[in-house]
Design a protein around this ligand. Structure first.
Ligand SMILES: Cc1cc2nc3c(=O)[nH]c(=O)nc-3n(C[C@H](O)[C@H](O)[C@H](O)COP(=O)(O)OP(=O)(O)OC[C@H]3O[C@@H](n4cnc5c(N)ncnc54)[C@H](O)[C@@H]3O)c2cc1C
Length: 435
């Protein structure tokens, strides 16, 4: 990435080039906005914090957003999930879901001939697609390696100071700076937070008898274990455990880990071999009810962080991206007259657009956090697990009820109001946008 030296005025300054920050920067830049993108980690030296080996399950709405942003490169490996097996170690209660049984609900949004629940990608590979596009985008100036240290939001302008002392001017500041968001900190926004005292250990393995296109979620007395299908018979493993036990597991030899995985998962996929290096993440819930303050907007994990048990975090962040692009769409037009009228529209309209973004995203953010938190807590308690499995089983067999249809639509990322980028076949193209 190059380092810019002058101090131009940008339409939008995005702080953080993680998966969400990079997506919003590219989406707005494609629509003609002049973007400054700030990121402390230089990818040449080490991968960006979330561009790692973690396996992401993307739902249909997210796939639409990424497709509409031209971020699903032809060489990006995506493995469809057509079957989901959920069960509990050493206990009763299991559920097998097959996408074809729900074709009427999900076929049209995925593949009518062979529907799927979602697709699995490796975060590093998706991040690389984003970096490749960022580097060459004429509307994006990258400030990397640089950090935002503070900002001033005054008179409809935001001034940002970088750690080398340079300042940047913009009309909107987007905080995509992750769980610890320095921007949210500076704003002093109230957050609802919970520390699960759990860590997710992430690695991938080869399985002796892989089951194609099948994802497994197994609930153990220590915490949930997910195996997500990757290419070449490998699985991305998300091993969740109480923090101290997870720290100990990080120190195990590969042989001990493979034996423990087999023990926890059971014999269904045969022996596990060829483990990748491991990474470990603390698990928290964080919800910021207010995500807009003046000209500053929080998106992705800076606004909401969820437990990975439901694979929703990035999916939720991508819906923020789509929602923000929708909110600012009144500024994008190929019609030069419309662009010229912007001066007459004045700044109030932009302030209203940002508040509108906050309003339209609130229900989805709150509901996704509540749903994920319920799952995370239920799976820690055997009795709740059995109740939940009963509920899920009933739901699976009652796919025609309107409640179930709404639930499935929500899991696929289509909770109303659905942003235009989250719909299939959004018209693409480069527009001219100005703030
Ligand atoms: C084990 C695990 C499994 C997961 N599985 C799934 C899944 O299957 N599906 C799913 O949808 N989600 C999943 N998630 C969640 C998903 O990974 C996150 O929601 C997503 O990566 C968040 O992206 P982000 O860009 O908002 O934040 P981050 O990835 O945290 O990016 C923040 C960026 O901001 C930068 N930054 C920090 N401070 C500054 C500063 N001062 N100035 C400028 N930049 C700064 C950081 O360097 C970083 O690059 C999983 C998470 C975990 C931990």
């Amino acid at each position: 990435m190059s380092q810019a030296t002058n101090q131009p005025v940008f339409d939008v300054i995005v702080s953080g080039a993680g998966l969400v920050g990079a997506s919003v920067a590219l989406g707005l830049a494609d629509r003609g906005f002049k973007i400054a993108l700030i990121e402390p980690t230089e990818p040449k030296h080490s991968p960006l914090p979330s561009h790692d080996e973690r396996t992401l399950v993307l739902n249909a709405a997210s796939l639409n957003v990424l497709d509409n942003l031209n971020l699903l490169a032809d060489d990006l490996i995506r493995v469809p999930v057509r079957h989901i097996h959920i069960n509990r170690q050493g206990g009763f209660g299991h559920l097998h879901l097959h996408a074809r049984d729900h074709a009427d609900l999900i076929g049209a949004d995925t593949d009518p001939e062979a529907p799927y629940f979602g697709q699995v990608v490796v975060a590093r590979a998706l991040g690389q697609c984003m970096l490749d596009r960022l580097k060459n985008h004429t509307n994006i100036t990258l400030f990397c390696p640089q950090s935002l240290t503070r900002f001033i939001d005054e008179n409809h302008r935001v001034q940002v100071t970088l750690d080398d002392g340079h300042t940047l001017q913009g009309r909107i500041l987007v905080g995509a700076d992750g769980n610890q968001s320095p921007i949210r900190e500076q704003l002093g926004l109230m957050i609802e937070a919970h520390d699960y005292d759990q860590r997710a250990m992430v690695f991938n393995v080869a399985a002796e008898r892989p089951m194609p296109e099948t994802a497994f979620e197994r609930f153990t007395p220590h915490g949930p274990l997910a195996l997500l299908p990757q290419a070449n018979g490998r699985y991305g493993v998300v091993w969740i455990d109480q923090s101290q036990r997870a720290d100990e597991a990080m120190g195990w030899s590969d042989d001990v880990l493979m034996a423990a995985l087999h023990d926890r998962f059971g014999p269904r996929l045969g022996a596990f071999t060829q483990p990748s290096p491991r990474a470990s993440y603390p698990l928290i819930k964080q919800h910021s009810p207010q995500v807009v303050s003046g000209r500053v907007v929080l998106v992705g994990n800076a606004a909401n962080a969820v437990h990975p048990v439901s694979a929703q975090g990035f999916n939720l962040g991508l819906r923020d991206v789509a929602g923000l692009i929708d909110a600012l769409s009144f500024l994008t037009s190929d019609d030069e007259d419309a662009v010229a009228k912007l001066g007459e529209l004045g700044d109030d309209r932009l302030d209203q657009a940002l508040l509108n973004y906050q309003r339209t995203r609130a229900d989805d953010q709150r509901a996704t956090i509540r749903y994920t938190d319920t799952l995370a807590r239920a799976f820690a308690h055997p009795a709740s697990f059995v109740r939940l499995m009963g509920g899920l089983g009933l739901a699976a067999h009652a796919a025609s009820s309107s409640l179930t249809r709404r639930l499935v639509r929500a899991a696929m990322g289509f909770r109303e109001p659905v942003a235009s980028l989250a719909k299939k076949h959004t018209a693409r193209g480069t527009h001219h946008g100005h703030v």
